[in-house]
Write a protein that binds this ligand. Sequence first.
Ligand code: UDX
Length: 463
Amino acid sequence: KREFMRITVIGTGYLGATHAACMAELGYEVLGLDIDPARVASLSEGLLPFHEPGLPELLRKHVKSGRLRFTTSYQEVGAWGDVHFIGVGTPQRAGAGAADMSFVDAATTSLARNITKDALIVGKSTVPVGTTRRLKSLVRENKRPGVRVNLAWNPEFLREGFAVVDTLAPDRLVIGVDSPEDEKILRQVYAAAVAGGVPLISTDFETAELVKVAANAFLATKISFINAFSEVTEVIGGDIRTLADAIGLDARIGRRFLNAGIGFGGGCLPKDIRALQARAAELGADRSMRFLDEMDGINLRRRERVVDLARVMVGSLSQTRIAVLGVAFKPNSDDVRDSPALDIADRLADEGAQICIYDPAGNLNASRRSPQHNYVLSTEDAVKNADLILLLTEWDEFKALTPEGLSAQTGARKIIDGRNVLQAKAWEDSGWSVASPGRRFEANHLTNMPPSEQLQLSSGPAA
Ligand code: UDX
């Protein structure tokens, strides 16, 4: 009945733009909608307003072939599409942990009002459990008589920096449906991936919604777990990387997402664990998700730790010149949403430090958010007048830094390796003072520090 499917994608942010371009790559005709005319104009010219490896090429290819178009008109989308994906944002509500559902609700209502032929609406956004069922009534109230419009949920697990691969070749596909007909439609949409061996899990709405938030809560917990051990090794000594390697070799645990550092940030993990707690509380299950509050706390303490280390390394932060290498929330991204690196830079500036930032992709977004800092275009420019250097995002070019190379560019001999990516021993042998999260900071590496603080820092029982 539906050999030829026309696909629309509502919302052309990170998720929507990637999904639209990837659906075109799979051979579908795709129409993307955004309420922002500037964004639609830019995408229609094949220009992507954010950094994502491989995506600009896909976008240009399919805009050129005519397979991928963009519009601001719900009327056009509703008359044209067979399957409508919703990929709008669910940001954290101001002053609360809960998700702001206004964009999802508005998109669903507008779709329902404008759909003029049988169609399936498929939500991809990360939403509180129970949303699909609630949106079904919204669709029922708003749809035109005589057309069949149903709803399904198909959460998205893509990582920034790997958005295209994660979309075209995901670990798994999850669909939440309440009718065999809708399942059939979605199996057809994803037929190529399934034929290529991607497992497709078809389940109910609630499970599908929960899979997404549970996965993110688990990942956040894994990161906070190792960072909690960091707090222990910082006091007693021990090597947090070796600890992670050793427990990670247990296949039941796994080494990935056990990198201790300055904690998780970005547009997903922090807001998703807060939204999950808020939703659980609404459902009367607040106790079940209370551990996530602790994970959030561990995560935020990592930022304070770096500020403390900086203060201790230079004595007083006031007027200290600090070079910050990396402000994106992770490498290969220009995203600074809830970036621990930028937050640390802001806190240091609040204490009077002069911050000079270089990020290979994040400078522009960071300067919009935190214009008080100085932004430069190379490591060399960032470090040349610095008293202290902070490596806060593990871009390859920072991982490749050597004490010899950096010593030639700066008089500073103090570095905080926020991501545990440098070989501290080699740096110390070259006369550098190195501090990093998860590593006991030996007071005898310090200069300018009052004895009372030395005592506190090496606060093992023997100190
Ligand atoms: C995440 C999920 O991985 C993805 O599946 C989901 O769809 C969206 O949220 P993303 O936000 O792109 O993706 O970033 P991710 O690679 O997961 O990193 C999240 C944060 O955790 C980053 O700030 C990263 O630096 C930090 N992190 C990650 C650690 O501190 N240690 C680790 O071991 C791994």
